[in-house]
Design a protein around this ligand. Structure first.
Ligand SMILES: C[S@@+](CC[C@H](N)C(=O)[O-])C[C@H]1O[C@@H](n2cnc3c(N)ncnc32)[C@H](O)[C@@H]1O
Length: 320
C-alpha cells in the first residue's frame, strides 16, 4: 500500500475534455492564447524546477528567504494542523513551513501534475516518515473536495502562481479560497512584486533558454494529447512587460506563415508570419493591490512579509 493517499478528484477524461475545450477556444479566436496550466506535464514540471534554479529567476530564492525567516511566525500565528497547498509542484519550499507546524499535521498538496505530486509525496515521506500526505490531482480553479483532516487549515498558494490567473479568474479564485476557510483558517499567499522591467523580463527570458523550452513545451503537450503537428522550431519564445496590466506576458511567435492540424479536434489553425499566441501572464503586485484583491474576496491582510530586497511578498490573510 502506498504510504500516502493520491486522489484524482476529476475523472481521467476530464483533463482531456478541458484541454480540448481550452485549445479549441484559444486557437480559434484572435489573438490566440492557451492557458498556462497545460505547460505542466512531467517534462514541463521538470523544466519549471530547472527555471527555479536559474540566476535570472529570483522569485523562488526570494520566497524561500521569506519562508526561512517567517515560518515560525506563520506557524505560531495560524497553529495550522493541516497545510493545503494549491499548485504545490515539487513542494520544495514548503518543507520550511512543514518544519515549523505543530506535530502531528497533515499535508494536502493539490496540483494538475500527477508526476509532480508523486515525486513530492515520495521525497517528503523519505524525510518525514510519519507525515500524513493526501495528494489531490485537481484543478485549483474548480471546486475542491478537500479530505477530512484536522483544523485549523492553512491554505498556501506559493510561487506567485496567482499571477498566472487573469483578473476575473483571480477574483473568482480568491472567492473560492474564502469559501474554503472556516474561522481559525488562513491563507498564505505568495506574490511577485512590481519592479524594474529589465529584471522582470530577464526572469522570463533567461540566457540559457530554459524558459523558452518551458514555453514551447505546451506545443508538445497539444501534439501528444490531441494529435497536433506543431513543430516547436517554428515558434520563438517572447517575454514582455505590459505596464498597463502590470504583468509579464509569455507568447509564442510564429517564425513564418504556417498551418497546424489538430487531429483530435478536426481543426486546422493558420498562423500568419510573426503572429503571437499568449501562453502565460504573470501579474506583479503591490501591498495595496494585494490588500484590495483580498478585501474584494472577503479576506483581510493580517501580515505582509517581503524578502530583504523587496522583490517578493508573502501575505497571511484571514476571512472577515
Ligand atoms: C509556477 S509553478 C509553482 C510551483 C510551486 N508552488 C513553487 O512555488 O515553486 C505552478 C504550479 O501550479 C500547478 N498548476 C498550474 N495551474 C494549475 C491549476 N489550474 N490547478 C492545479 N495546479 C495547477 C502546476 O502544475 C505547477 O506545479
Amino acid at each position: 500500500m502506498s504510504p500516502y493517499q493520491l486522489t484524482r478528484t476529476l475523472p481521467e477524461d476530464a483533463t482531456d475534455a478541458a484541454l480540448r475545450a481550452d485549445v479549441l477556444h484559444g486557437l480559434t479566436r484572435t489573438p490566440k492564447s492557451l492557458p498556462p496550466k497545460w505547460f505542466y506535464d512531467a517534462r514541463g514540471s521538470e523544466l519549471f524546477e530547472e527555471i527555479t534554479t536559474l540566476d535570472e529567476y529570483y522569485p523562488t530564492r526570494a520566497e524561500r528567504e521569506i519562508l526561512l525567516a517567517r515560518a515560525p511566525e506563520i506557524a505560531a500565528a495560524t497553529g495550522a494542523r493541516t497545510l493545503v497547498e494549491l499548485g504545490s509542484g515539487s513542494s520544495e519550499k514548503t518543507r520550511h513551513l512543514l518544519d515549523e507546524l505543530p506535530v502531528p499535521h497533515a499535508y494536502v498538496p493539490v496540483d494538475v501534475s500527477e508526476s509532480a505530486l508523486v515525486g513530492a509525496a515520495e521525497s517528503l515521506l523519505v524525510e518525514r516518515p510519519g507525515l500524513q500526505v493526501h495528494a489531490l490531482i485537481a484543478d485549483f480553479t474548480k471546486e475542491l473536495e478537500l479530505p477530512d483532516t484536522p483544523g485549523p487549515r492553512l491554505v498556501a498558494f506559493l510561487g506567485g502562481t496567482i499571477g498566472n490567473l487573469l483578473p476575473d479568474e483571480r477574483a473568482d479564485f480568491l472567492a473560492s479560497v474564502r469559501a474554503m476557510l472556516v474561522p481559525g483558517d488562513a491563507l498564505l499567499l505568495g506574490t511577485d512584486l512590481v519592479k524594474d522591467e529589465s529584471v522582470l523580463v530577464r526572469a522570463y527570458d533567461d540566457a540559457s533558454g530554459v524558459t523558452a523550452a518551458f514555453n514551447k513545451n505546451v506545443l508538445a503537450v497539444v501534439d501528444r494529447e490531441l494529435g497536433a503537428d506543431f513543430d516547436p522550431a517554428d515558434f520563438d519564445h517572447v517575454a514582455l512587460w505590459n505596464s498597463d496590466q502590470r504583468w509579464i506576458e509569455m507568447r509564442l511567435r510564429a517564425r513564418r506563415a504556417l498551418t497546424v492540424k489538430i487531429r483530435e479536434l478536426d481543426l486546422v489553425v493558420a498562423f500568419e508570419a510573426g503572429e503571437e499566441m499568449r501562453t502565460e501572464v504573470s501579474a506583479k503586485f503591490t501591498e495595496d493591490s494585494v490588500r484590495t484583491e483580498l478585501a474584494g474576496a472577503g479576506m483581510e491582510l493580517a501580515h505582509w512579509w517581503t524578502d530583504e530586497a523587496e522583490r517578493f511578498a508573502l501575505s497571511l490573510a484571514t476571512a472577515v
